[in-house]
Design a protein. Structure first.
Length: 255
């Protein structure tokens, strides 16, 4: 089961969200509180929506501990009711240790494990094993063609499961949460709820494409024609016992 909703900041008007939940920007750095956070939060709470709040990290300016304390001090009224999130999209994305310290500090102050938000590309660019080992869930952003349609959860690095997917910013940020309301409340640390293990998100089977060998072809020539390395085309065709010997009309996988 999935839930659908939006994440918003001061760029959006104070309205009741479409779908099941809203995640509001609460703070940034150590001196900014989004003035629309509480109005959005309270009207959506009154409307029965599930809730979340996030902190936009500024690792280039401040310590992780100072930003964690600033965030917690400004969201105390939401703890055990809203999912807590670290928004990891400023500069210094390489500083995984900073992110881990922020997550650990918020957990120590609230007894709630936050999620971390980042682009799918960032999950592959740095070593997130310490964050995964800390059992901090992933909210991943990947828009595909950004046409407002959900094209499915992308591949990610390090995490075996994804808690939530931001699938478009058109016309505003929209998200799919992989769980039900009980799972949401467990991530929020609601009393009496234990966080379930979300089901792995299905990944589409890659479409296979083939090339028919012609006289004079070699694996190297075919690989160059289709933008592959020789090693890649050999790996795609384990049925070929000798890569130096291919024959006309033989089917070679190229994707």
């Amino acid at each position: 089961m999935s839930l659908y909703g939006t994440d918003q900041s001061n760029w959006q008007p104070n309205t009741i969200t479409e779908g099941d939940f809203i995640i509001c920007k609460a703070t940034e750095g150590t001196n900014y509180v989004d003035p629309t956070c509480d109005p959005k939060y309270q009207m959506n709470k009154a409307a029965g929506k599930l809730l979340g709040v996030y902190h936009f990290a500024r690792p280039e300016w401040n310590s992780a501990e100072a930003e964690a304390e600033f965030f917690v001090n400004n969201v105390r009224g939401y703890i055990n009711e809203a999912i807590l999130v670290l928004d990891w999209e400023s500069s210094n994305k390489w500083d995984v240790a900073w992110a881990k310290r922020w997550l650990d500090k918020v957990k120590a102050l609230t007894c709630v494990k936050p999620l971390i938000y980042m682009s799918s590309s960032v999950t592959f660019e740095y070593d997130w094993s310490s964050v995964v080992a800390g059992d901090y869930g992933l909210w991943v952003a990947n828009y595909g063609t950004n046409d407002g349609t959900n094209h499915g959860c992308p591949d990610v690095g390090f995490w075996n499961i994804v808690a939530m997917h931001q699938y478009t910013s058109n016309p505003l940020d929209k998200d799919e949460f992989f769980g039900d309301a009980k799972a949401w409340r467990a991530y929020a640390g609601s009393k009496g709820e234990s966080k379930p293990a979300p089901k792995p998100t299905p990944k589409p089977e890659p479409k296979k494409e083939f090339y028919t060998v012609k006289s004079g072809d070699s694996l190297w020539l075919i690989s160059q024609r289709y933008g592959l390395t020789l090693a890649q085309i050999i790996a795609l065709n384990p049925q070929i016992p000798n890569p130096d010997l291919i024959y006309p009309n033989e089917q070679i996988r190229i994707k």
